[in-house]
Design a protein around this ligand. Structure first.
Ligand code: FMN
Length: 355
């Protein structure tokens, strides 16, 4: 099995590599009649685009999307929607050492172990260039569930977290870190700059909240909404942890502390807390869905690290070239896209069974 496709009813397949001529996504199962143009997709890609600040990779990619199929007279036809993004700033010479030795923390050794042959230019298919295609597909997913708002931000970089009391949604789009706390964003300028100048890297925590998800979406037991969201986020490059609601912190609470008490409300139960992250028994409760995602520090660092060559000889490798000092920052639009893609799928699945 090759596993380049995600979703059950609203499905997308991504294709392409870091240094190929283009990459893209084919979205299948999209309902017909939805107004869709490149202008609906481009703003989301622009949020993920590299080279927008000194805190992200300096690879210059316009990430201009082309809509090749599935739309007629500005509306989806119900047939596969093909989205293409050209790669224009590939530089194979930055990666020549990677052909000979495996970069620790990258997929080089694992791909060789599996396929016995790999495109080493920029990590090939394992490069996070592929996530541009997810963001394009995610923009289509948002149009399938327009009542849902999917919003992510960076909660911590290198262990330095925002002050929850200072949370300001409007601030997220005003700094290069997608940070809702302006004071934390100011601190991160220094820490990320220092890591970048030292050729080092930092990890990050991204939080995503989906509001407007009606109670009832999801499924019990297998394919719980929790597990679909976790699988979606875990499939993103460099993600090493996913929590729903209080996640691991819930294990330290008592039953009383963890209870999401309910009172009668105007439109069904009003919840007094949301430790569960908006999901119970695998099904949405109507509360905000809350997902936390841990991104590891960028593996490409200038400090030489011990490794082995393809022939099994000891060597060292330092990864030169253009890299994100903290991949979690550009992970924000990718997390949003994956969650929108899951929710579009869940909306159609729910409709299929429950009408
Ligand atoms: C948006 C984004 C950008 C990334 N950019 C880089 C990068 O510049 N350098 C790097 O070493 N890893 C980068 N990564 C992570 C690697 O793609 C990833 O760590 C690698 O393919 C190994 O896969 P794994 O970490 O999921 O096991 C990025 C990840 C994301 C989500």
């Amino acid at each position: 099995m090759s596993y380049n496709t995600f979703g059950r009813v609203f499905r997308f397949t991504t294709w392409g590599e870091s240094h190929g001529p283009a990459l893209g996504a084919v979205v299948d199962g999209c309902p017909p009649g939805i107004a869709l143009s490149e202008d609906d997709i481009q703003p989301w890609l622009d949020r993920r685009r590299p080279g927008q600040s000194r805190f992200t990779t300096q690879r210059r990619e316009p990430d201009q999307v082309r809509l090749l199929s599935g739309v007629f007279e500005g509306r989806t036809t119900g047939t596969p929607i093909s989205l293409m993004i050209e790669n224009v700033d590939q530089r194979s010479k930055d990666y020549s050492n990677v052909a000979l030795a495996y970069r620790p923390g990258h997929a080089d050794y694992a791909y060789d172990a599996k396929y016995g042959f790999r495109d080493y230019r920029g990590g090939g298919r394992s490069s996070a260039r592929e996530t541009a295609a997810r963001v394009a597909a995610g923009a289509v997913a948002r149009l399938v569930v327009p009542q849902v708002r999917v919003r992510a931000w960076v909660e911590a970089i290198g262990g330095d977290a925002i002050d929850p009391a200072a949370f300001d949604d409007a601030a997220i789009d005003t700094n290069p870190f997608f940070c809702p706390d302006p004071a934390a964003a100011a601190r991160w300028e220094e820490t990320v700059d220092a890591a970048r100048k030292a050729g080092s890297s930092l990890g990050a925590v991204v939080v995503c909240e989906a509001t407007g998800v009606p109670a009832g979406w999801g499924a019990p037991l297998y394919a719980k909404l929790d597990s679909e969201l976790a699988a979606a986020c875990m499939s993103i490059n460099a993600v090493k942890g996913v929590e729903i609601g209080d996640g691991f912190a819930a294990a330290a609470l008592s039953g009383e502390q963890n209870a999401d008490a309910m009172r009668p409300g105007a439109d069904g139960p009003a919840f007094l807390a949301n430790h569960a992250g908006g999901i119970a028994g695998g099904i949405a409760t109507g509360q905000p869905i809350r997902v936390r995602v841990a991104f590891k520090p960028t593996s490409s660092i200038l400090t030489p690290v011990e490794t082995v060559t393809r022939e099994g000889e000891a060597t060292e490798i330092a990864t030169k070239g253009r890299h994100d000092p903290c991949v979690g920052i550009r992970g924000v639009p990718v997390v949003e896209a994956m969650i929108a893609l899951v929710l579009a799928d869940q909306a159609l699945l729910h409709r299929a069974q429950c009408g």
